[in-house]
Design a protein around this ligand. Structure first.
Ligand code: OOG
Ligand code: MG
Length: 261
């Protein structure tokens, strides 16, 4: 794929995000035969552009790591993307619907890394040894594609639908809790909308971070000390509406909340 074509698709998707409007998926418009490898090149171009606009990376994130999510989205492989500083919302803060297209929320466990982790061959145990703290999170995803409908290359090019993140403030050392057994519930206006346990994420959320290290290694990249990494939605993603009071309640990790305005 030519650099012209990479630039064109990156620009198309960034315009969708910044102008808050849906676009037709890339594989039904600009490039029907977009491959997974090419999709990551588009994602890299989007990351490059955001960095050049002065935005800062908080960390990479994993997506589509649970069978509930893979089934919901009709895809079969985990992917990664990047979370930036402008996407952060304070715990207890407001999500402005006017800034987004058609957001959904998911409960996740995030890892604050105390050391670099460089694949290949990384296991979940090595990830836990390199993790400073784990914290609870609510990720707000907002695919730029019509009706959240995409193929795997489409969603990779679109930076894995990354849009906003609310991190909780309860820090736990990863050896203090069994992350696969951590239960998580999403309630909206007091009604339970999703529930699950950490094991939904590839058996154990640390396995997801290990997979990330091994995927990044194929690109000559690594997980860096200080990265805050989302390990992937535990439950299916839940559509948000104005007026929603959203709470993610995590066993041992406390609560994360925000309001949709
Ligand atoms: C892709 C993003 C998935 C997760 O945690 O599974 C993701 C999507 O479903 O739009 O962030
Ligand atoms: Mg997610």
């Amino acid at each position: 794929m030519s650099s012209d074509q990479i630039n064109k698709i990156a620009c198309y998707l960034l315009n969708g995000e910044y102008e808050k409007r849906e676009v037709v998926k890339v594989t039904s418009s600009i490039k029907q035969d977009l491959t997974l490898e090419e999709a990551y090149l588009v994602q890299e171009e989007i990351v490059r552009r955001k960095l050049s606009e002065g935005k800062k990376i908080i960390g990479p994130k994993m997506g589509l790591t649970s069978y509930a999510k893979m089934k919901q989205m009709g895809v079969e492989t985990p992917i990664y993307g990047y979370v930036f500083d402008y996407m952060l919302i304070n715990n207890g803060g407001q999500l402005k619907l006017s800034e987004l297209i058609h957001p959904k929320v998911e409960a996740e466990i995030a890892f604050i890394m105390g050391e670099d982790v460089e694949g290949p061959g990384i296991t979940g145990v090595q990830v836990l040894a390199a993790t400073e703290y784990v914290i609870p999170a609510l990720e707000i995803i907002d695919s730029r594609y019509e009706k959240f409908n995409f193929t795997l290359p489409d969603v990779v090019a679109d930076n894995a639908s990354t849009s906003r993140v609310v991190f909780g403030t309860t820090l736990k050392k990863p050896d203090w809790i069994e992350l696969d057994l951590v239960g998580a519930i999403i309630t909206i206006n007091g009604e339970i909308k999703g529930l699950g346990a950490g094991a939904a994420v590839l058996g154990h959320p640390a396995n997801s971070i290990a997979m990330l290290a091994n995927m990044l290694a194929k690109k000559g990249k690594k997980i860096k000390k200080g990265d805050i990494i989302l390990s992937g939605g535990i439950t299916e993603a839940v559509t948000l509406q104005r007026g929603d009071n959203v709470t993610g309640k995590f066993d041992s990790l406390g609560e994360v909340t925000f309001t949709v305005v």
